[in-house]
Design a protein around this ligand. Structure first.
Ligand code: SAH
Length: 231
């Protein structure tokens, strides 16, 4: 079974709609909905996890505990940290870091979780190879680092810092927590995010985020559809 996890309803419904699947609601342990569906030769389970790292981790673990998950795909929107990437472009995470994990007082690099053997959680190489073949008309699809934290990034200063310090292309609030949970459970994963805003680099992050959320959610679901055809 392939797990698909989204933070926001707009992201989940755009996938369900665009995949043209019949969904059935099944009782879940959480406050958020779980749906199962068949798409081509794949059995899919979708879960809405809510916003932020803790919600993301709880629901990823729940999915892993409740279903026999072969791969987990996180899809949604993110802020662009790169001047080369604009609204609607898609970033596929090569790896992910929790940018708000800060134990630098003990000499650890920013983002390093103390006493863990890993700095950045890597997307599955087979899924990345498939994702590399994906194309969206009039938009770029690139592979690079995504950083996550419990902050909506809407300042030029912070966006430029995340880009230069972590060499990250996009910022969001769940991907690294999902990746972290998959790493601990040894489940292959990939994180795919379409850019809904410029993370404050253009001075209007919140405004453009609202405007473009649905459009970009459709882009990431298009990518998932292509990815499922390749897996
Ligand atoms: N008022 C909004 C708040 C959304 S928080 C609402 O409830 O609809 C932002 C969500 O989009 C998170 O799930 C996050 O992963 C993603 N995101 C998009 N742009 C982001 C940015 N610039 N910084 C952080 N997260 C971002």
């Amino acid at each position: 079974m392939i797990g698909i996890i989204c933070a926001m309803e707009e992201e989940l419904t755009s996938i369900v709609r665009n995949l043209d699947v019949t969904t059935s609601h099944i009782p879940s342990k959480s406050d958020f909905d779980v749906y199962t569906a068949r798409y081509g030769r794949h059995e899919l389970v979708f879960i809405l996890c809510g916003i932020g790292k803790v919600n993301a981790a709880i629901h990823t673990q729940m999915l892993i505990d409740s279903y026999s998950i072969e791969y987990l795909i996180n899809v949604g929107v993110a802020g662009s940290l790169s001047a080369d990437l604009t609204f609607g472009d898609v970033v596929v995470a090569s790896d992910l870091v929790e940018h708000d994990m800060d134990v630098s007082g003990f000499g650890l690099p920013l983002g390093q979780i103390p006493r863990m053997d890993v700095f950045a959680f890597k997307s599955d190489p087979i899924l990345l190879e498939c994702a590399d073949k994906i194309k969206i008309a009039n938009h770029k699809t690139v592979i690079g680092r995504i950083v996550s934290g419990d902050q909506f990034i809407d300042s030029k200063e912070k966006a430029e810092f995340l880009h230069s310090h972590f060499n990250a292309l996009a910022c969001e609030m769940e991907g690294a927590a999902i990746a972290h949970t998959c790493h601990v459970n040894n489940i292959p994963f990939i994180v795919i995010r379409a850019l809904s805003d410029m993370a404050g680099r253009d001075g209007v992050a919140a405004h453009s985020f609202e405007e473009l959320k649905n459009m970009t959610a459709n882009h990431s679901s298009n990518v998932v559809k292509q990815l499922l055809a390749l897996i």
